[in-house]
Write a protein that binds this ligand. Structure first.
Ligand code: GDD
Ligand code: MN
Length: 490
């Protein structure tokens, strides 16, 4: 404790205050510093010197005087912080933050970024498992216009050195699970578990981050405004000193993080769909109880009938309420028949999924059939929403010629703001012209966080911009009322 006080009262010039409050990164950057690389540490005293030496060697070449290294230490008992401060005497780019109350890798990284001055924010492990030399290629990608550049073990040329089959399987299993829960986030990179990446400050500034556990990259991709991602392959090196802090608790935190992010990124329509789904659950549960329990029908048959009735119920309410505006725009008559047909196809596939899940749970795990049914319905509801929103109630717009990246980003910013605003009525009022463009915009809004062809939709929106405007954003702004305009930003 004595040593700690000396550091604090003596106040080494490299010491940074620990930011408090919400985990949101300020917009301001210094202009002088280009890259801020955060090094989270817990008991890494034996690795830090080599890491800082190797990083400095690389960065002094490509960014002399224009980078900073920020060690964020969680009060490591092995004296990591003291080591860092000694190193700061020799390496002027090094700054040190020592946290006490708060703990954990993800928040350490964000606290570091909050205190950072750079235009590009980055993170690297302290234990030398991330080869420091790779920062040069990551930086090159950022300088080239990427919004995010991440090291990847799974890209061509990357890898892991001596992992056991079990560890590989766990890592891939976690990735697969992430893909199921958050396909449009986790699916954007080959190595979503990477803790070695760079991101443009403007892509995540003023956005409240809420990570859990280790997987901050997923958080950044999920909540950030990130159009262009670049990957740089690297080989994950074995640790030679210190210990990994990964425990089974982190797997649970990963799961919680995925679910939290999933809920946070749901489109504005989802609550309606969920309520409709709930009415379907009631129909399904009631009929299962009636047919299986009351009439003694076999489980499978009971389930098929119950779910079919729930499908009809759900279509009705989604058609009238959840997607009522889209249905109106697509028209009724044959279009409605087609929607119903598609809804049935996706729900039939959902039924198969549901049945498989129910069977597996009941037969192999001996679960209570009603509880198992509830789980099956939950998973199937997610599937139904995604498929039907994408394919039943909206029709993809044709993709015209490719458009320049800056136009794409512009349009995306507008659409993101629109999606965030969630008030499509206000926007309708602010888009009086060109119904086909307004529709595209509406459609685009729907797809922004969820759609499988995000890039294509952005391009499609831009391709529809009328003459006299270069980008969709320009056009949109010129048609917005002042209130709506305020939400678009610059
Ligand atoms: N400040 C702080 N607080 N740092 C921490 C904490 C913490 O609670 N826990 C771990 N760290 C630091 C470690 O000191 C190390 O520099 C880095 O975070 C990674 O921790 P390890 O315990 O070495 O993690 P790993 O090697 O199993 O995981 C790495 O690989 C994963 C991919 O499988 C990390 O890079 C992860 O970010 C990555 O997802
Ligand atoms: Mn490690």
């Amino acid at each position: 404790m004595g040593a700690v006080q000396v550091i604090e009262s003596g106040r080494h010039p490299a010491v940074l205050d620990v930011p408090a409050g919400v985990l949101s990164i300020p917009t301001a950057e210094s202009g002088e510093i280009k890259l801020s690389l955060v090094i989270p540490t817990f008991n890494e005293s034996k690795n830090l010197e080599q890491l800082v030496a190797r990083l400095s060697r690389v960065l002094d070449q490509c960014l002399p005087g224009r980078y900073e290294l920020i060690v964020v230490d969680d009060d490591s008992p092995d004296g990591t912080c003291a080591v860092a401060l000694r190193l700061a005497d020799r390496y002027p780019a090094l700054r040190v933050m020592r946290r006490r109350g708060e703990k954990g890798l993800s928040t350490a990284v964000i606290r570091g970024w909050q205190a950072a001055r750079g235009e590009i924010l980055a993170v690297i492990d302290a234990d030398l498992q991330h080869p420091p030399e790779v920062v040069e290629r990551l930086w090159a990608q950022m300088a080239n216009g990427a919004d995010l550049a991440t090291g990847s073990r799974h890209a061509e040329g990357g890898g892991v050195s001596e992992w056991s089959a079990l560890r590989r399987a766990l890592s891939r299993g976690a990735q697969f699970l992430g893909l199921c829960v958050l396909p449009t986030v986790v699916g954007r990179v080959s190595d979503p578990m990477s803790g070695y990446f760079m991101v443009r400050r403007s892509a995540i500034a003023d956005t409240e981050l809420s990570p859990l556990g280790y997987k901050i990259l997923i958080e950044v991709i999920g909540r950030g405004r990130i159009a262009r991602i670049a990957e740089v392959p690297y080989v994950f090196v074995e640790r030679t000193a210190g210990e990994s802090k990964v425990t089974s608790k982190l797997y649970v935190e990963y799961l919680r993080h995925l679910l939290r992010l999933r809920l946070a990124l749901l489109p504005a329509r989802f609550p309606k769909f969920a309520v409709v789904g709930l009415s379907g659950v009631a129909v399904d549960m009631f009929l299962l109880w009636l047919l299986k329990g009351g009439l003694g029908w076999p489980l499978t048959l009971s389930k098929v009938v119950a779910t079919e009735m729930a499908i009809a119920n759900n279509f009705l309410w989604n058609e009238l309420w959840t997607f009522g505006d889209l249905a109106e725009r697509q028209g009724y008559g044959f279009a409605r028949v087609r929607r119903f047909a598609r809804f049935n196809v996706f729900c039939a596939a959902g039924l198969a999924l549901s049945l498989a899940l129910l069977t597996i749970q009941v037969r192999f795990f001996g679960m209570n059939p009603y509880l198992a049914n509830a789980v099956a319905i939950a998973v199937t509801t997610g599937w139904n929403f995604w498929m039907n929103k994408t394919f039943s109630w909206s029709a993809p717009h044709p993709l015209k010629a490719p458009i320049p990246a800056h136009c794409r980003r512009d349009a995306e910013v507008v659409a993101d703001d629109r999606a965030e605003e969630g008030d499509s009525k206000a926007y309708d009022r602010s888009f009086p012209a060109a119904p086909e463009i307004r529709e595209t915009f509406q459609y685009f809004e729907e797809q922004t966080y969820f759609g499988p062809q995000r890039e294509a939709h952005i391009a499609a929106a831009n391709a529809l911009v009328p003459g006299g405007f270069t980008t969709f954003a320009d056009w949109a702004r010129s048609h917005m009322n002042p209130i709506a305009d305020a939400s678009v930003g610059d």
